[in-house]
Design a protein around this ligand. Structure first.
Ligand code: PXL
Length: 283
């Protein structure tokens, strides 16, 4: 049976993040993906000015109520960037209307990076996102979001293994079984992810070379590759390793292509290797 996911994130018309990444990546993973846009922006909010922003909060529950009449089962619920902290309330209500006990709740609490919150985020977002994370089976914060969620100082570019292990445990204590923290770096030359399942002594640390640039939408590319692999039955560790490898490939292709980095990652050419690895093309 084909898997079905429901992705609840913004549409940024230009800039390759959120739904414009989640939809193609999950489709490549063979997942039938329904989308509910949380906001409509002309671009993402990093490195652009003058962007438009339409908060779609008042649409979420009418959409969810109609979808609920269809009686569909969603194998995964995938939330990402939200229009505001208040919107978490509507997302939680949507979940009550649409999910069942077999739905894998996957929350990418996309609200900050490099020690700061994104420009449109308000002071309530960490507390509200914590509520959403507590309903999740899997969360994928970056190091900035992990620190905000647990209300501890941002460990910065050179976190220690102990601090990252504590963050993983703390996030598990909120509710999720699986925690993957991105943007974890112990060494200036490398960056990667910490992969932790409840009960592990310490996370597995996976890394690749680090580039001295800011790549927008990287968290969205990684999380989407990760979820698609999980829905194809891969273990958390194997899925995270594949997602990291393909994110790294996308970064290298982006740098080779020479397009300004604010236009997001060139993940399109990583879709072929992804499909091959998952065996999606096999009938
Ligand atoms: O990639 C995260 C993201 C998603 N959506 C919007 C954003 C950002 C990060 O800046 O601004 C609108």
């Amino acid at each position: 049976m084909q898997k079905r996911a429901l992705a609840v994130q913004d549409i940024s018309c230009v800039g390759r993040c959120s739904l414009t990444v989640a939809l193609p990546v999950l489709s490549a993973a063979g997942v039938n993906t329904a989308i509910v846009p949380t906001a409509l922006l002309s671009t993402h909010t990093g490195e652009f000015t003058g962007y438009t922003h339409l908060d779609l909060s008042d649409q979420l529950l009418p959409i969810a109520r109609h979808l609920a009449t269809l009686g569909l089962h969603y194998d995964a619920f995938y939330s990402g960037y939200l229009a505001s902290s208040a919107q978490v309330d509507q997302v939680l209500e949507m979940m009550d209307l649409l999910l069942d006990e077999r739905t894998h709740v996957f929350v990418d609490p996309a609200f900050g990076d490099r020690g700061r919150m994104y420009s449109l985020m308000d002071a309530q977002i960490p507390a509200q996102m914590r509520r959403l994370c507590s309903r999740a089976a899997t969360v994928t914060p970056n190091l900035t979001e992990a620190a905000y969620l647990l209300d501890v100082p941002y460990p910065g570019d050179r976190a220690s293994r102990e601090v990252v292990t504590d963050l993983c445990r703390g996030l598990c204590d909120l509710g999720p079984e699986n925690v993957v923290i991105t943007d974890v770096s112990f060494d200036p030359g490398y960056t990667g992810v910490a992969v932790y399942r409840r009960g592990m002594e310490e996370p597995a640390f996976l890394c690749h070379e680090r580039f001295p640039h800011m790549f927008h939408g990287t968290g969205d590319v990684f999380a989407s590759f990760l979820l698609g692999a999980l829905l194809n039955g891969m273990s958390l560790e194997a899925a995270a390793a594949l997602a990291l490898r393909l994110t790294h490939l996308s970064i290298r292709l982006t740098l080779q292509g020479g397009e300004p980095l604010r236009y997001g990652l060139r993940f399109e050419q990583a879709l072929g290797p992804y499909i091959d690895k998952l065996g999606v093309a096999k009938p």
